[in-house]
Write a protein that binds this ligand. Structure first.
Ligand SMILES: Cc1cc2nc3c(=O)[nH]c(=O)nc-3n(C[C@H](O)[C@H](O)[C@H](O)COP(=O)(O)OP(=O)(O)OC[C@H]3O[C@@H](n4cnc5c(N)ncnc54)[C@H](O)[C@@H]3O)c2cc1C
Length: 496
């Protein structure tokens, strides 16, 4: 792999942007001061030799990598997410300290082309803010691929002849050694460097600048946004906040208030993860009644073709209304697959509406090889229960309970278990996102080398087949899943 070429391709574009951005703003009559800014008094900011005062300020000073207080760390060379991508060459080995999204992404970036990655972290699982099922599956995937030392206490960092060594207290090995060390142990807001205390601006326990829901700080005329003020650490969140603050600066009499209830996020690792809304543990903690459905990619044709054994879609919905409360996906193309669910949440669609209206909706379904579908109100009956969970169930009452009885129940249900359903009983069609994956992959295939000449006609038809016919066939394997209530009790339910 030509690492210098990759690095050059990225930074060859990024680096000139800064200069162009400053020049562009100056050309629009904006004064640009380059350098680290610090408040020296209320509404007085110092940048190098310049002191800037103004009626109104907008603070967007980001966060920076957090460096944990480890004995010897200050004396060894280490990298952070700010510097690691600028390495001159691909290192032979790398110790990554941390198990959040940056640690996961960087481990993937360097591990894939051949760097031997050892991941060391205090936590017991990767991606601590994610749904428990995502964390568990993601952690397992990483453990199978890399040397992962979780639950570790790092006692010392030591510079060695060939690189860096971490001394550890851990169940899985006492030392981790690599040519380079990447510290990816969280981020801290830059409020301290900005010296917001000198401007009497309040911060929370983590150092984030406190704001009200119009993004104004406790000091009238000073707004704050982005990683400096929120805990999301997401670019699209900072962008949305920027638009809101812009409005509030221009229309002080009609301020807009933050109403960002649906905030999606993605982890660009392998496997990829995308999430929106509540996790299952958050719903449990708030005592919110919900139903949950989880389906594997390998339950549909494209997953079989991939021989996928890890990817899945998990959807949480309000058990009374069917409104989506959260969605968590692990596998290929998840950052794209999440989008229809994000939109459904923004628009207040129910799971049932989403399954039947918003997306392409195949009528066919499979039920473990069972015969023709029967209305839900015929439960319990011998045979495969999933075959009866269909849209052809107008008599089905919301929250009705049915019992799996037969030997032909699908793998995720066990005979004797109760299934609770909302609406017409259809909670998720996992083939829809999987069909979308197929569409994405096929589009990607079609963006490959263009071929012209005598074969062009055939290729056009092949493209039609790849783009439309194959996804249609895949989508026609519509799987219908239902939320399962262990033991037939009411309340939160989980389907696996
Ligand atoms: C490795 C990595 C990967 C990420 N991946 C994603 C992703 O995939 N998707 C996503 O949504 N988000 C991602 N993020 C997070 C995203 O980059 C941030 O949430 C977002 O950039 C925050 O925007 P902001 O407006 O707060 O700050 P930014 O606009 O990013 O930066 C603020 C600027 O202020 C400058 N500054 C800071 N302090 C001072 C000071 N005292 N004086 C003068 N200037 C100062 C900084 O140098 C910086 O140029 C990633 C972050 C990292 C580190």
């Amino acid at each position: 792999m030509d690492w210098p070429a990759i690095r050059e391709r990225a930074f060859g574009r990024i680096d000139p942007l800064h200069e162009r951005a400053a020049a562009h703003r100056r050309s629009q009559g904006i004064d640009v001061f380059l350098g680290e800014a610090r408040f020296v008094a209320p509404k007085v900011l110092k940048v190098r030799a310049d002191e800037i005062s103004a009626e109104r300020f907008v603070l967007a000073a980001d966060s920076r990598p957090s460096i944990p207080p480890i004995d010897g760390l200050a004396q060894v060379p280490y990298l952070t997410s700010d510097t690691v991508m600028r390495l001159d060459r691909l290192p032979k080995s790398m110790v990554v300290l941390g198990c959040g999204y940056i640690a996961a992404e960087m481990s993937h970036i360097f591990g894939s082309p051949g760097t031997k990655v050892t991941i060391v972290a205090r936590g017991e699982e990767f991606l601590s803010r994610h749904d428990t099922d995502i964390r568990a599956r993601f952690t397992k995937c990483y453990q199978e691929r890399s040397d992962v030392r979780l639950g570790a206490t790092v006692t010392r960092a030591v510079k060695t002849r060939t690189g860096v060594r971490l001394d550890l207290v851990t169940p899985s090995g006492a030392q981790a050694e690599g040519e380079v060390l990447l510290v990816a142990a969280g981020r801290v807001p830059n409020s301290d460097r900005l010296n917001v205390a000198a401007a009497a601006i309040d911060t929370d326990a983590h150092g984030h600048v406190r704001t009200d829901n119009t993004y104004q700080t406790n000091v009238p005329g000073i707004w704050a946004l982005g990683d400096l003020a929120n805990h999301f650490q997401l670019k699209h969140m900072a962008n949305a906040e920027t638009r809101l603050v812009l409005h509030n600066l221009l229309h002080p009499g009609q301020p807009r208030r933050a109403a960002f209830t649906v905030v999606p996020s993605a982890v660009f690792a392998d496997p990829q993860v995308a999430s929106v809304g509540a996790t299952e543990q958050e719903l449990q903690a708030h005592g919110r009644p919900y139903v949950c459905a989880t389906r594997s990619y390998c339950d549909a044709a494209y997953g079989w073709a991939l021989e996928d054994t890890t990817s899945f879609v998990k959807v949480l919905a309000d058990s009374a209304t069917g409104l989506l409360l959260g969605a968590h996906i692990l596998g290929p193309q998840t950052s794209t697959l999440i989008q229809p669910l994000v939109q459904a949440m923004c628009l207040g669609n129910t799971a049932d509406q989403l399954a039947s209206g918003v997306l392409y909706s195949p009528g066919a379904h499979r039920g473990g090889g069972a015969g023709p579908a029967r209305p839900l109100n015929q439960h319990p009956v011998p045979g495969c229960c999933s075959a009866h969970i269909t849209e052809e169930a107008p008599a089905m009452k919301p929250d009705a309970t049915v019992v799996h009885t037969g030997a032909r129940c699908p793998p995720w249900s066990r005979p004797g278990e109760a299934v609770r359903l909302f609406g017409r009983g259809v909670t998720v069609r996992s083939s829809l996102p999987v069909a979308a994956v197929v569409g994405c992959v096929l589009s990607a295939i079609n963006e490959g080398p263009r071929i012209s000449g005598g074969h062009a006609g055939w290729l056009t038809w092949a493209q039609v087949g790849l783009n439309f016919v194959v996804p249609f066939l895949v989508a026609s394997y519509g799987y219908l899943t239902a939320a399962r209530v262990p033991g037939g009790t009411s309340g939160a339910a989980t389907a696996r």
